[in-house]
Design a protein around this ligand. Structure first.
Ligand SMILES: [Zn+2]
Length: 201
């Protein structure tokens, strides 16, 4: 058995940190050591930030975003364009789009994608809620910003069928060559999608 250099409390901290996305056991050990060394500057504020998050975090009843109030800050913001709903798989996708600052509409977080093999059906995602929101006469467009994966795209097709009854335009993100991307490095799927979606200059 490997010798352990630290007591069970530190071991537990390392094990918990190692469960975070992007952190393996090695980086978890480094992070734990860093936290312990920076007790006042980092460990204490982090502890209170975690406790505060645990006590205040909510899922927005309207859109599925994570915030400390429901409806969330985005849903409450009257400056946002209420005629556009952008559908995403996860809250992380919503955050990514907000960071890009390109959309001024509202969002709808599905909570995943349809995946019959994993037992994820329409009732497991926030689809009924989306259809209800899309039926609001103020809503003119639903943008399906789902991942360019097989599951993401089949979910987009399913949603397109479901939204046929609502009086909205349904759009999806363009697929193509990423900004700064070199053709030589792209996979065939991306390249094929970019050629198919070509535009006149
Ligand atoms: Zn919301």
């Amino acid at each position: 058995m490997a010798k352990v250099a630290a007591g069970p409390e530190i071991q537990r901290l390392i094990q918990l940190l190692a469960r975070l996305p992007g952190l393996g056991p090695r980086s978890a050990r480094r992070a734990a050591l860093h936290l312990v060394k920076k007790k006042e500057q980092l460990l204490e504020p982090l502890t209170s930030a975690l406790a505060e998050t645990r006590d205040t975090i909510l899922t927005c009843d309207a859109c599925g975003n994570i915030d400390t109030q429901s409806p969330c800050t985005l849903c409450r913001d009257q400056a946002r364009d209420r005629s556009l709903i952008c559908v995403v798989e996860e809250v992380g996708d919503l955050w990514a789009l907000e960071r890009a600052g390109v959309l001024n509409g509202l969002y709808h977080v599905l909570g995943g994608t349809l995946s019959p093999l994993d037992g994820v059906g329409p009732d497991d995602l926030a689809i009924a809620k989306l259809i209800a929101r899309a039926s609001d006469p103020n809503v003119k467009e639903v943008l399906l910003a789902l991942n360019a994966t097989v599951e993401g795209q089949s979910t987009a097709h399913y949603l397109m069928d479901q939204l046929a009854g609502a009086n909205v335009a349904v759009s999806r993100l363009a697929h193509g060559v990423p900004i700064g991307g070199e053709l030589d490095y792209l996979d065939e799927g991306t390249l094929a999608a970019a050629v198919k979606a070509r535009k006149p200059m």
